[in-house]
Write a protein that binds this ligand. Structure first.
Ligand code: SF4
Length: 380
């Protein structure tokens, strides 16, 4: 028996990259061509498994990783066509694929466009060669624009660029140049992330060994504030801690995460949230493929969320948004006004000028966005 439309969002994790970047803690490995066919088989079979138990009609699909565009074009087309078959949104479909500069050839762009992909999220990260070297990114700055041009020539107009600030050696001036270079390509969406030194990464080890020096926290805050000033001035409104978009070009798929709505996640290490269960697949491509082939669940961990925990998670996620927590919507979903559920945190951070509260909602102020993680943690 199926339940109608329990999920409108799909995430697919492709765990392969051409090379690995020293700061990355996503589950990814260097591309092994012989492993791609079995992986695509497994991804499509995992999706069929979800479809067997409920009606799927995705109106947002996000294929990330890893670097999906390093897959051989034939396999990439098979994967994208297979997931597209479960979309039901017509012109409204938001179909995003993550890519890195220099991985989108004409052939790959043709495969993306042919499958209905209408949005590409491109890992530009920096337009400064020395900073790209620190990050162990292999592309040259000019390849960002070349890749954007290829996508657009194949009709994919919706471009998002990822940028990183706080890179060792980066200055406010060089960050400004990267922001300007990104804006010159007229993307509809830009994400700016502060560099983090994740455990077990080569960059973390370099930092711990004194090989690289993190930028000063005050400088990093200035970099964030520069993005908060420059993006809106160029027509990209700040709509989430790290994200900016032209009006109507916000990432609808990611908005689903931030509103804590259900989504199916496929692939090794992918997370999902279905039927009130949050799950994470095993972070091991071979184990994932074997589990699917044997008809076993690929979940490595899962957890049924009690209602109050879900309410708290929703508050944390929605606080990331400039629109904040909608008090009416929250009260309707969880039966309690968020100013009551989080009375102490709202009072304290409100008094410190980090939160603004009115009849409609609870939102981070600009000062609050600068310490967003600290404020948001108090809501869990
Ligand atoms: S390309 Fe992206 S996913 Fe792959 S290693 Fe680099 S940062 Fe990680």
């Amino acid at each position: 028996m199926t339940t109608p439309y329990s999920c409108r969002a799909l995430y697919v994790h492709v765990p392969f990259c051409r090379t690995l970047c020293g700061y990355c803690d996503f589950y990814s490995e260097v591309l092994r061509t012989e492993a791609v066919g079995p992986l695509v088989d497994a991804l499509l079979r995992e999706l069929d498994g979800y479809a067997a138990r409920r009606t799927l009609a995705f109106d947002t699909i996000y294929v990330g990783g890893g670097t999906p565009t390093v897959l051989p074009p034939g396999q990439l087309g098979r994967l994208l066509g297979g997931v597209r078959a479960y979309a039901d949104a017509g012109e409204q479909l938001e179909f995003t694929v993550e890519a890195n500069p220099a991985t989108v050839t004409d052939e790959v762009a043709g495969v993306l466009a042919g499958a209905g992909v209408n949005r590409v999220s491109l890992g530009a990260q920096s337009f400064e060669p020395a900073e790209l070297r620190v990050l162990e990114r292999r592309h040259r700055p000019e390849q960002v624009g070349e890749t954007v041009a290829i996508c657009q020539r194949f009709g994919i107009q919706r471009i998002s660029l990822d940028l990183i600030f706080g890179i060792p050696g980066q200055t406010l001036a060089s960050w400004r140049r990267s922001l300007e270079a990104a804006l010159a390509l007229r993307p509809e969406h830009v994400s700016t992330y502060g560099l983090t030194y994740e455990a077990e990464t080569p960059l973390r080890r370099q930092r711990d060994a004194g090989v690289v020096t993190p930028v000063d926290p005050d400088l990093e805050a200035d970099m964030y504030e520069l993005a908060l000033d420059m993006m809106p001035a160029a027509g990209l409104a700040h709509y989430e801690v790290s994200n900016f978009a032209r009006a109507g070009a916000e990432c609808r798929h990611n908005l689903r995460y931030w509103h804590n709505e259900p989504y199916v996640g496929l692939g090794p290490a992918a997370a999902g949230f279905v039927d009130e269960v949050r799950y994470k697949n095993v972070a091991d491509t071979a184990a994932y493929v074997q589990a699917i082939a044997a008809g076993r669940s690929p979940w490595g961990e899962h957890e049924q969320l009690p209602p109050e925990r879900r309410a708290r998670e929703t508050a944390m996620l929605e606080l990331r948004l400039a629109s904040g927590i909608d008090r009416g919507r929250f009260t309707e979903r969880y039966g309690v006004d968020p100013t009551r559920l989080f009375a102490e945190a709202v009072e304290r951070h409100g008094a410190a000028g980090l939160l603004s509260v009115d009849a409609d909602g609870i939102r981070l102020t600009r000062a609050g966005f600068l310490v967003a993680d600290t404020v948001i943690a108090d809501f869990l």
